[in-house]
Design a binder for this molecule. Structure first.
Ligand SMILES: [Fe+2]
Ligand SMILES: [Fe+2]
Ligand SMILES: [Fe+2]
Ligand SMILES: [Fe+2]
Length: 322
């Protein structure tokens, strides 16, 4: 979760916490389908704990997506050991940290509930978020960003339509689950930001977090669909998840200049891990303890310890480069 980190600001992606937090409230929407589903387990939690779990999931999903890009860059630079370190850490963020937060929050529901959650997120992104971002980028003279935001807005409308069709199939038992979309994979080599306005940079950062979270949640929804014997729905979730990450997130990452040299990427990762380990997760654990959400408090304490280990491993990787 280097959304809160100083380093993130240094690489030019600031002003995002407010934007990320404000977006759903402004539109009554849900970028990336961020709201937890209303399950029994989730209702038992304090509202602040649930909000902190959502923030955690955004950060973990983002870390997974960014580390995957950092791994590819390390490979390109002929540093396979660093590539492996980024890849294995990325797996921990997604398959342990995010997954456990999602379990605590009750994010995954029935196939129908998951589809409704995703339809709400896609509708917000299609109708409100990306259109506004495109318009603002155009006004600020960031024409490449305006074009990308417009294209993604169109894609999100298609995702919403496919999920609506799938919901009808799931609820009526009639019809066919749509075939999954195919991702047009975008490579993200090291590079500087290709946008100039601060507002475009902030919007890009909000969008990157939304795309990363959508990818992670759709992978969880896919696993649930498969477990419940709906392989066609699982394929739709997986195909859409790949579009969110390999096309939308990656396209935005190029414009944001998210990937730098491996040395800089390691420093960015260390700052983010350190911030989670020493500030963000201890704060969340303390708040959860205060309201009696002990399982969530334990989760954040354990996760903070993991992040401290990640920071140390990245530091070791950096030291070996000198
Ligand atoms: Fe993590
Ligand atoms: Fe989407
Ligand atoms: Fe997307
Ligand atoms: Fe981590």
């Amino acid at each position: 979760m280097f959304r809160h980190s100083t380093r993130t600001c240094l690489v030019g992606l600031c002003a995002l916490v407010a934007a990320v937090q404000a977006a759903p409230a402004l539109a009554g929407g849900d970028p990336g389908g961020a709201s937890p589903a209303p399950h029994t387990a989730a209702r038992a939690l304090h509202a602040q704990t649930l909000a902190d779990l959502t923030t955690t999931m955004k950060g973990e999903a983002y870390a997974y997506a960014v580390y995957s890009l950092f791994a590819a860059e390390a490979d390109r630079q002929g540093l396979p050991a660093v590539g492996r370190l980024f890849r294995s850490t990325a797996q921990t963020e997604l398959n342990e940290h995010l997954r456990e937060a999602a379990t605590l929050a009750g994010t995954v529901g029935s196939n129908a509930a998951n589809l409704r959650q995703a339809i709400s997120g896609e509708t917000y992104e299609h109708q409100v978020m990306y259109r506004r971002f495109a318009e603002q980028a155009r006004m600020d003279g960031d024409l490449k960003a305006a074009k990308l935001f417009s294209e993604i807005a169109t894609d999100e409308g298609r995702h919403r339509d496919a999920f609506r069709t799938a919901l009808t199939v799931v609820t009526t038992g009639r019809g066919t689950i749509p075939a999954p979309p195919k991702a047009d994979v975008v490579q993200v080599p090291a590079g500087l930001p290709k946008v100039k306005a601060a507002r475009t940079r902030a919007n890009l950062d909000t969008a990157l977090h939304g795309e990363a979270l959508a990818h992670a949640k759709y992978m969880l929804f896919a696993a649930h669909a498969r477990q419940t014997g709906n392989a066609a729905l699982a394929r739709l979730w997986e195909g859409t998840a790949e579009v969110e990450r390999q096309e939308h997130f990656a396209g935005e990452a190029v414009l944001a200049g998210l990937v730098r040299t491996t040395r800089e990427n390691l420093r960015t990762a260390i700052a983010g891990e350190h911030n989670e380990a020493t500030t963000v997760y201890p704060r969340f654990a303390k708040r959860a303890t205060a309201v009696g959400d002990t399982a969530a408090a334990r989760y954040w304490r354990n996760t903070a310890a993991d992040e401290a280990r990640h920071a140390a491993a990245f530091q070791q990787g950096l030291d070996r480069l000198h």
